[in-house]
Design a binder for this molecule. Structure first.
Ligand SMILES: Cc1cc2nc3c(=O)[nH]c(=O)nc-3n(C[C@H](O)[C@H](O)[C@H](O)COP(=O)(O)O)c2cc1C
Length: 323
């Protein structure tokens, strides 16, 4: 089974991906946080840097695009093909109200006819890539199971099944559930059973036990699951993949090296304030490694300069109780 690192806007940019992969190798594929493909047919500098081959050292990277227009998707797919990418992922999962109100991300799921037309036009356009001498690009999808009602999932599967997707990554929550509550495992299993395309599960895999339970449920239905995508679980426990594979938990020196490499890289690339902001965002997850260290973590999160932050982090790594 393949394991993917989920895209997380504001967190899993190229600096993070490179350093994570150097310190905790083994993830089969990374996905970029979404690139907004709009009618202007231009990208933000940050987005260009994130997909630039010279900035990326992970073995396999798939760029993700957010749009609801085939013309804009095809423009971005062409630009990404020119950079050497052979797969582009369509974001049908972003639940944020500003995205959803534009009928993009999970908002696109509320417009099944428009979504069907999007795929029809996009696949038609991708066919022309090859005849026009451009490199072939496959499209994969990362989706939720609907906007408001789990009953929406069946009709969506009808649409997905009409097209040869490289992969269908399913986060089994509705748009209006955001990241709350428990993923709908039952809906996922029926989508897995119905899918003509290879499926990947995504959602709330944070321990080896979570993975075991997922695989047990899949096995009980006599189904096969080719891939699992993990996001917050890897941020909370960077050695999660190794533990899933039966290996040891992260040692304090490993966590410290990973952490300090990120701090150095962000400090070199960003303003001191922005670098600390990034690191504190990471600690929102990484604090999970420590047991009963709320006071020390709180102190760390209050630090306003890099030296004090580094000292507080070093103290936690040296003396904090690991889970
Ligand atoms: C801060 C944050 C940013 C995210 N950004 C993206 C994104 O750019 N594209 C995307 O498809 N999903 C995004 N997601 C969703 C994750 O990829 C993933 O689907 C979600 O966190 C559930 O998986 P997990 O429980 O393994 O974390 C984001 C989630 C979070 C919490």
């Amino acid at each position: 089974m393949k394991i993917y690192f989920a895209p997380m806007e504001g967190i899993t940019g190229y600096t993070f991906r490179n350093i994570y992969d150097e310190n905790f190798p083994g993830v089969d594929c990374y996905y970029t946080p979404f690139i907004a493909a709009t009618h202007t047919h231009s990208c933000k500098t940050r987005e260009k840097k994130d997909v630039a081959p010279e900035n990326n050292r992970v073995k396999h990277l798939v760029p993700q695009v957010l749009t609801n227009k085939s013309e804009d998707f095809l423009w971005s797919a062409g630009a990404l093909a020119d950079l050497g990418y052979s797969e582009v992922n369509l974001n049908l999962g972003c639940p944020s109200p500003t995205v959803v109100s534009k009928k993009k991300g999970a908002g696109f799921l509320g417009e099944p006819d428009m979504l069907d037309r999007f795929f029809e036009e996009t696949f038609e356009g991708l066919r022309h890539f090859e005849t026009a001498g451009r490199s072939a690009v496959r499209i994969s999808v990362k989706t939720r199971i609907g906007m408001r009602d789990t009953e929406e999932a069946a009709a969506l599967m009808g649409i997905f099944n009409r097209y040869p997707l490289a992969e269908l990554i399913i986060h089994p929550r509705l748009q209006n559930e955001l990241y709350r509550g428990v993923p709908h495992a039952d809906v996922f299993l029926s989508m897995l059973g119905e899918s003509r395309n290879p499926v990947c599960f995504n959602g709330d895999i944070c321990t080896p036990g979570d993975m075991e339970r997922l695989l047990e449920a899949v096995g009980k239905k006599k189904l096969q699951l080719p891939a699992v995508m993990i996001g917050r679980g890897f941020l909370r426990d960077p050695a999660l993949l190794r533990r899933i594979q039966g290996g040891r938990a992260a040692r304090r020196d490993e966590l410290q090296r990973y952490h300090n490499r990120l701090l150095e890289a962000y400090s070199a690339a960003l303003s001191p304030k922005d670098a600390l902001f990034r690191m504190k965002e990471l600690w929102a997850y990484l604090q999970d490694r420590f047991d009963g260290e709320d006071r020390r973590v709180k102190r760390l999160l209050k630090c306003r300069d890099s030296a004090a932050f580094r000292a507080a982090a070093d103290e936690l790594f040296a003396e904090g109780t690991l889970r």
